[in-house]
Design a protein around this ligand. Structure first.
Ligand SMILES: C[S@@+](CC[C@H](N)C(=O)[O-])C[C@H]1O[C@@H](n2cnc3c(N)ncnc32)[C@H](O)[C@@H]1O
Length: 334
């Protein structure tokens, strides 16, 4: 395809109409928010009514859906807006509208928690510091590589757990000091030795042990079974796989990139994580509202192809410059 690894100066709707069905692996984008800014060149965002805006957005969404492969996903990040003191819930109205048509399903609403929201504190409102990233899939066998997502947090966990060569040794002392019966103590030590070996063999990352009379009861749900084990055997062992919990919340500062004249840049860190989660090496990632090229940079950094579409020629030049100078974004976590 001659369109790969380029940012094209065009109206997204017209450009998308020229693409073949099922030719793109992943779409990640952030359309202009409703009546927020005028990016010029007759782009979307400044329609007179919400309905008009959402309809225009849905037209582009439906084209994205057509060009995405059955294994693909479409990620749409949208911000909200107040009108007469009332939050309009535009992102959710858009999501409901595309779901109504029943051609996609919503895998997740990933919430971006802004570590540094605009500190504009109104007296009778809280500061808005989150935005949704809707992750839609075209079919059930969508590409989803959970192990790749936030994998730097897994590596950090591993490092922390393996840093102690005496892993689990403290529990022998605790068992000895506990008021378990002699038989329970022997049993507990035998099981403890087994899990220590499993950790040393790398079969699991780590474990925790809870001992009757020493540790607090576990709480609720699945943990109910653990409390029974503690009561019955005097102890329980909680195995830890070492993977960080992959939640529908991601924290990242608002991108402040020196020399980037675009006013609405989303965080490269989040986009890179989404590219890792939802695509494979060599896949093609498309952004119909390319702006300063963040999606393209993430794709390039991770060995994917990219297709950017941007209506404003100044931003096309800006994105081309940023893509050329791109570097992998250092991991971000607090
Ligand atoms: C919110 S910005 C995207 C910013 C981008 N995510 C980044 O990190 O730089 C939306 C962009 O969509 C562009 N745009 C608006 N309507 C468009 C259309 N119909 N076709 C293509 N681009 C459009 C605007 O010029 C603007 O640069």
């Amino acid at each position: 395809m001659g369109i790969l690894n380029k940012v094209h100066c065009d109206n997204a709707l017209f450009f998308l109409k020229r693409l073949s069905d099922n030719s793109i692996d992943l779409v990640i984008t952030s359309p202009p928010y409703f009546q927020q800014r005028d990016y010029g060149y007759g782009g979307i965002g400044n329609e007179a009514t919400e309905e008009e805006y959402i309809n225009n957005l849905v037209l582009i969404f439906n084209e994205c859906l057509r060009v995405v492969k059955p294994t693909g996903a479409m990620v749409f990040n949208l911000g909200d807006k107040y009108s007469n003191g009332n939050l309009l819930l535009i992102p959710y109205k858009f999501a409901l509208k595309v779901l109504e048509e029943k051609k996609v399903f919503l895998i997740n609403q990933l919430t971006w928690a802004k570590a540094n929201p605009t500190p504009r504190q109104e007296h009778r409102k809280l500061i808005q510091s989150t935005e949704p990233f809707f992750i839609f899939a075209k079919a059930k066998d969508y590409c989803f590589k959970l192990g790749e997502y936030l994998s730097h947090l897994d590596r950090k966990n591993k490092k922390m757990e393996n840093s102690s060569s005496k892993i689990g040794e403290k529990y022998f002392e605790i068992i000895n000091q506990s008021n378990l019966t002699t038989e329970e103590k022997e049993n507990a030590k035998r099981e403890l030795e087994k899990v220590i070996i499993e950790v040393k063999l790398g079969k699991m990352e780590s474990f925790r042990m809870k001992i009757r009379g020493i540790h607090k009861d576990a709480y609720g749900g699945m943990e109910g079974g653990r409390n029974n084990q503690i009561r019955r055997n005097g102890f329980t062992i909680i195995k830890i796989t070492g993977s960080a919990m992959k939640k529908d919340l991601i924290e990242s500062p608002v991108e402040i990139t020196k020399g980037n004249k675009h006013t609405a840049v989303y965080p490269l860190y989040i986009i890179q994580e989404l590219v890792k989660l939802l695509s494979n090496n060599g896949d093609t990632v498309l952004d119909p509202f390319c702006g300063s090229g963040t999606t393209c940079i993430a794709a390039k950094n991770l060995g994917r192809n990219y297709v950017g579409i941007e209506i404003n020629p100044e931003y096309v030049l800006l994105s081309q410059k940023r893509i050329k100078e791109a570097d992998y974004c250092e991991e971000f976590f607090l």
